[in-house]
Design a protein around this ligand. Structure first.
Ligand code: 5AD
Ligand code: SF4
Length: 475
């Protein structure tokens, strides 16, 4: 046996966008590590630089194009460097990426990620850029298009997870809702639910590796539906029941929900399964029926309100969060006011608020003019955020005096880190997804601890650990 180990190639990867992208990056890195790569944080030392990209708003794309511009010089100094653009922007812009950034070697859409290692080799061997993208939604039968968005959930890579005890699990791919503003159905392809048995096996393997919290991912996770070989249908509620039986998994979250599919069986599952997180992210997008109609969201404000009532009735301790788009074409002051009123009524834990960004290839971009000036979008964004923050703070303050079970994630953002064996400021999340900051011993990281809440801001709860003993997992 030779004692000369081959030099491992250094991989630098940057990920923007949603949790789906974080998971995709984990999987790509897992595969590349198996092929002899090792991760580096230092872009200057990398042999391969990958960007896993997002197309949901223009801003996310601009960020990547400027990053590509910045590394052009790096490539000139180091011609052997390989540069890759992966994910949604790769699928959307395809050859345009190579036109704008000819120093890019591979362009790989989210439905073709399994081919990344092979394409990295080919790009070098053939000294020409390689591209792998899925078919456009209109290119053929649904079956052919779906097949071009290949399932890709192979090797898990613990080093790429947010923490060793938390993991994402994809349960659905793609989206068929076609909201008029949204690029996701084009870049992530047709909606496909993964088989329940595959998901349960994956979750069990993660639990065996020490994962305590999983987050199930889907663009509309509560539309999940699969049928097994015996003909049994699994809805999200059925899947939660199965996952709840896995030993070691102590918290199960799922994001993101679509209002129409927030069915009673799902709410009852959240109520009855104690390890399912009391947190429901259900984007409303607007509080005005006319705007919802132009967005093709297929529900009315009344349906959304009714859904909120059902949530509050069935799972009173659940926190609900939402997304809003401000400045959608034709959004009048009166329409916007209706979004403000919905935020007031909804008492969301938080809302993610976005200024409308026209996306080429979407219905809204062809049908409507982006007629709301940027200053108006900015003002509406700010007004909604101020209102939401006041509500978040009011509701957070109601938790003062209560004790919440917190999964400790690590040192708090504002602390300078907590060294091994030391006490410092830690941060974690409650079952209702609230961020909780408290003083504690470093060994609490990765544990569930009861924290008594003493103070609250709009985004953070501050507390004290009820006992410094390591707390046993919840039964
Ligand atoms: N412009 C602004 N926001 C958008 N979102 C999706 N598409 C757009 C767009 N074109 C927002 C929606 C969605 C979130 C992930 O991003 O609120 O829920
Ligand atoms: Fe986009 Fe609508 Fe699908 Fe969400 S449900 S990913 S907003 S098309």
């Amino acid at each position: 046996m030779s004692d000369v180990t081959p030099k491992r190639k250094k991989l630098y990867i940057e990920t923007v966008g949603c949790q789906m992208n974080l998971l995709d990056s984990e999987l790509v890195v897992g595969k590349l590590r198996n092929e002899g790569y090792e991760l580096t944080d230092d872009i200057g030392k990398a042999d391969t630089i990958l960007y896993n990209t997002c197309s949901v708003r223009q801003h996310a794309e601009d960020k990547i194009y400027s990053a590509l511009g910045r590394i052009k010089q790096l490539k000139q100094l180091k011609p052997e460097l390989t540069i890759g653009v992966l994910g949604c922007m790769a699928q959307k812009d395809q050859k345009q990426i190579l036109k704008r950034a000819p120093h890019v070697d591979i362009v790989v859409g989210p439905g073709q990620l399994a081919r990344v290692p092979e394409l990295l080799v080919l790009a070098k061997e053939e000294a020409t850029p390689q591209m792998a993208v899925s078919l456009p939604r209109t290119a053929g039968s649904n079956l052919t298009v779906t097949a071009s968005f290949a399932e890709y959930d192979p090797i898990r890579e613990p080093a790429m997870r947010p923490t060793p005890f938390q993991a994402f699990v994809r349960i659905m791919m793609g989206c068929d809702k076609f909201c008029t503003y949204c690029i996701v159905p084009s870049v992530r392809g047709p909606e496909q639910s993964r088989p329940a048995a595959v998901i349960v096996d994956e979750a069990r393997a993660l639990a065996d590796q020490g994962v305590k919290e999983i987050t199930l991912l889907g663009q509309t996770v509560n539309s999940y539906r699969s049928v097994d070989a015996s003909g049994r249908t699994f809805r999200l509620s059925d899947l939660l029941e199965r996952l709840h039986e896995i030993e070691g998994l102590q918290r199960i979250k799922f994001i993101t929900n679509f209002p129409n599919d927030m069915t009673d069986d799902l709410l009852q599952a959240v109520r009855d399964l104690p390890r399912v997180s009391r947190y429901l992210h259900v984007p409303a997008q607007s509080g005005c029926d006319e705007v919802l109609k132009r967005m093709k969201r297929t529900y009315s404000v009344a349906l959304y309100d009714d859904m909120l009532d059902r949530i509050r009735e069935t799972v009173p301790d659940a926190a609900v969060s939402s997304d809003f788009i401000v400045g959608f074409p034709g959004e009048s002051e009166a329409s916007f006011e209706k979004s403000m009123r919905l935020v007031e009524r909804g008492r969301f834990k938080n809302s993610f608020i976005f200024k409308y960004s026209p996306r080429q290839g979407t219905k809204a971009d062809t049908l409507f003019i982006d007629d709301i000036p940027e200053e108006v979008k900015k003002r509406r964004n700010n007004d909604l955020l101020v209102l939401q923050t006041a509500i978040s703070q009011e509701d957070n303050r109601r938790l003062i005096g209560q004790s919440l079970e917190v999964l400790v994630e690590g040192p708090s953002k504002s602390s300078k880190g907590v060294a091994a064996g030391e006490i410092g400021q830690l941060s974690g999340r409650s079952s209702c997804d609230r961020i909780v900051v408290f003083e504690g011993h470093e060994r609490l990281v990765g544990q569930f601890v009861p924290v008594s809440i003493e103070d609250a801001s709009g985004v953070t709860l501050f507390g004290r650990v009820v006992t410094m003993d390591l707390v046993a997992p919840r039964a």
